[in-house]
Write a protein that binds this ligand. Structure first.
Ligand SMILES: C[S@@+](CC[C@H](N)C(=O)[O-])C[C@H]1O[C@@H](n2cnc3c(N)ncnc32)[C@H](O)[C@@H]1O
Length: 268
């Protein structure tokens, strides 16, 4: 899983959406202190940058060095390239000690993780009882009825090239394992819905598609998902000059919970 994003880091950085301020304000309102965040699967820093304006420091980790190379360098963000499954001693060395982190975030990446091992570490490292874990995903872009129909057809045809885990995103993270208590003021852990908007040209939308792991997987099997027929269909639905920009909306689905009581001491 961790290798899926090695090849397309530049396309990723150029075209992936950031996330709305409302999402970060909601999450930040649930952590009593705003000291340290661990953003896991940070990619090219799409969430880390916004978190850095709210929290004193952010540690952004990713298994892909290529992705991290494109992440904006800010004085209060430390990026680390980590293995897919860190040992507890690596966790303590690179991220922090037990009960030291206010917030752990995962943006558009939780579906790729080994959940049991990861949650063990999240629960160990979060401050008790109010440290917060927040993970969100976004689904496919929306513009207008005609374009959305063409995009949905294209997305369905790309299904054979997605890993099974992508199904968790299609289900808006309703089915993702989430062993956390609801945060204060909420009676469930989500999904809570937000949306993020991005202005892009059709060309940029094609670059976004090329940043999909499924696009790269298909390419590896000799299939170009964006073949001439598909491109023509998209052009017709776009209607205007393909360099002209449109506002594209992505629905975002947040799961959020808090660490709760102490966890059993792990062997380090
Ligand atoms: C779809 S990208 C999301 C990047 C960014 N957070 C965003 O919101 O756009 C998924 C990222 O998770 C990373 N990743 C996959 N498995 C990982 C793991 N086990 N630990 C840390 N990062 C991982 C990939 O390298 C990739 O950069």
């Amino acid at each position: 899983m961790a290798d899926l994003f090695l090849k397309q880091a530049k396309q990723y950085w150029k075209t992936r959406p950031g996330y709305p301020q409302q999402l970060f304000d909601f999450i930040a309102s649930k952590t009593p202190t705003h000291d340290v965040v661990w953003d896991v699967g940070t990619g090219s820093g799409q969430a880390a940058v916004s978190l850095a304006s709210i929290y004193k420091s952010v540690i952004g980790t990713d298994t892909s060095k290529n992705q991290l190379e494109f992440a904006p360098k800010l004085p209060n963000i430390r990026y680390e390239c980590t293995p897919p499954n860190m040992s507890m001693s690596e966790l303590e060395e690179k991220i922090g000690t037990e009960s030291s982190i206010d917030l752990v975030t995962v943006a558009q990446a939780l579906h790729w993780f080994d959940h049991d091992a990861f949650y063990n570490q999240v629960k160990w490292i979060l401050k008790k009882p109010n440290g917060v874990f927040a993970a969100w995903c976004y689904t496919t872009p929306k513009i207008d009825d005609e374009f959305d129909r063409v995009f949905q057809k294209f997305y369905s045809e790309s299904k054979p090239y997605w890993e099974a885990e992508r199904g968790l995103v299609d289900d808006k993270y309703t089915g993702v394992k989430f062993p956390f208590d609801p945060v204060d003021g909420c009676d469930h852990t989500g999904p809570f819905e937000f949306e993020t908007k991005q202005v892009m040209s059709l060309k940029e939308l094609f670059t976004y598609v090329r940043s999909w792991s499924a696009y790269q997987t298909a390419k590896g099997k000799g299939v170009d998902l964006l073949n001439d027929d598909v491109i023509e269909e998209f052009r017709k639905a776009w209607k205007e000059d393909e360099n002209g920009e449109k506002s594209v909306t992505y629905p975002v689905y947040l799961r959020i919970g808090k660490a709760g009581g102490m966890v059993e001491q792990q062997a380090i």
